[in-house]
Design a binder for this molecule. Structure first.
Ligand code: A2P
Length: 350
């Protein structure tokens, strides 16, 4: 069988990469549909060297579509994906719109790919940060037990979309020209909050809006998505998770400093390296003597998750620090989405 695949948000940063990943995927594609807002209707994009015209998204755009790969923001997903499901499509959604719905599997194929088969038409792609963290934690959890995770993030501007990236570039130029950039920002830290601050030569400890408890919504996502993926329950208490999320002036690829406590207190760094190396999609770069460690610039364009700086907490047996980097637009988004679609197709879990 060949499949008709719609890409919702085809003109966006993630949408563009979904197109590239789909071209290289194992999915037999009969036809693609590129969907975006009215603004982009009529624009032409390539799929395997063929011109495809972008269409304005309407409920009927999904008639005859087998698979929807969606990345146009939460509001757009909420509006259109139920329409697509009504018309028989299976949707893989990159936004946070359905992630915490108990009916919707939240998938990282290497970690919990079997859960895909329980879908009811929508499968969610986790937040980019959560994906790269669970890629590193899963093999260690399976071998040694996992009790606690404390993570601080170093998040690239591209995670906030195309306009945020343009804003960073302009601020950087203006800063170098000696201008005061503190009044320029209009988007970051998030377009959905009232105040805006520059990211160039700065750090912003706010991603998304704040919850009443003082955690940002991004931090909330890290905590609950990690539990849903690793334990199948967003409120599970078997693993404790806490997070601090920070935007840094990097273009692509997120970094995470992860402190974790294992159940087994006799584990060595060599034990951890071994299980990480054996896990598909993880690359270990952990030789401090050679100054070898993951870096955002080197991760760009790869669908792998890079792990390094693995070292024991010198005072707490079974506890370690590590540094995890992945391309937020690929493994964090487009790559993971297309991997989910490949697994869906390969197992015929429609
Ligand atoms: P458009 O280019 O027409 O605005 P990014 O995250 O890089 O900002 O991309 C967001 C994506 O979501 C773009 O492809 C954008 O299309 C799409 N999008 C935004 N609003 C809508 C909408 N109302 N309906 C469909 N697609 C939308």
């Amino acid at each position: 069988k060949e499949f008709t695949v719609a890409i919702l948000g085809a003109t966006g940063l993630v949408g563009q990469r979904i197109i590239k990943q789909l071209e290289q995927s194992t999915i037999p594609v009969k036809k693609v549909k590129f969907l975006a807002s009215k603004r982009s209707a009529g624009k032409k994009l390539k799929f395997n060297d063929q011109d495809v015209e972008v269409e304005e998204t309407t409920p009927n755009s999904f008639s005859g579509v087998d698979i929807v790969l969606s990345s146009a923001g939460g509001a757009v997903s909420k509006k259109f994906l139920p329409e697509a499901v009504k018309r028989g499509s299976v949707c893989i959604d990159n936004t946070s719109a359905f992630r915490m719905n108990p009916e919707v599997p939240l998938i990282v194929p290497e970690v919990n790919g079997e859960e895909i088969k329980h879908h009811h038409g929508i499968i969610a792609n986790p937040n980019c940060l959560t994906i790269q963290m669970v890629m590193a934690l899963k093999p260690m959890m399976d071998s040694f037990g996992l009790k606690r995770v404390i993570v601080s993030t170093y998040q690239a501007a591209s995670g906030a979309g195309h306009a945020a990236l343009e804003e960073l570039f302009k601020e950087a130029k203006d800063y170098m020209a000696g201008k005061d950039i503190r009044k320029e920002a209009k988007i970051l830290p998030t377009s959905s909050d009232k105040k805006h601050y520059p990211l160039a030569f700065n750090l912003l400890p706010q991603i998304d809006v704040f919850e009443d408890d003082g955690y940002s919504h991004e931090e909330w996502k890290m905590i609950h998505e990690t539990k849903k993926i690793l334990l199948n329950d967003m409120n599970a208490s078997d693993i404790k998770v806490t997070a601090t999320c920070v935007r840094v002036p990097v273009e692509i690829s997120h970094g995470e400093s992860v402190y974790f406590e294992l159940g087994n207190k006799n584990v060595t760094v060599a034990d951890l390296e071994k299980v990480l190396k054996d896990f598909p999609g993880v690359q270990v770069q952990n030789d401090f003597r050679k100054q070898e460690y993951p870096q955002p610039l080197n991760a760009v364009g790869s669908n792998d998750t890079f792990v390094g700086r693995i070292r024991p907490d010198l005072e707490t047996p079974g506890a370690f620090n590590m540094w995890v980097v992945a391309d937020n637009l690929l493994k964090g988004a487009a790559g993971n989405t297309v991997q989910i679609a490949e697994k869906l197709v390969a197992n015929n879990w429609f």
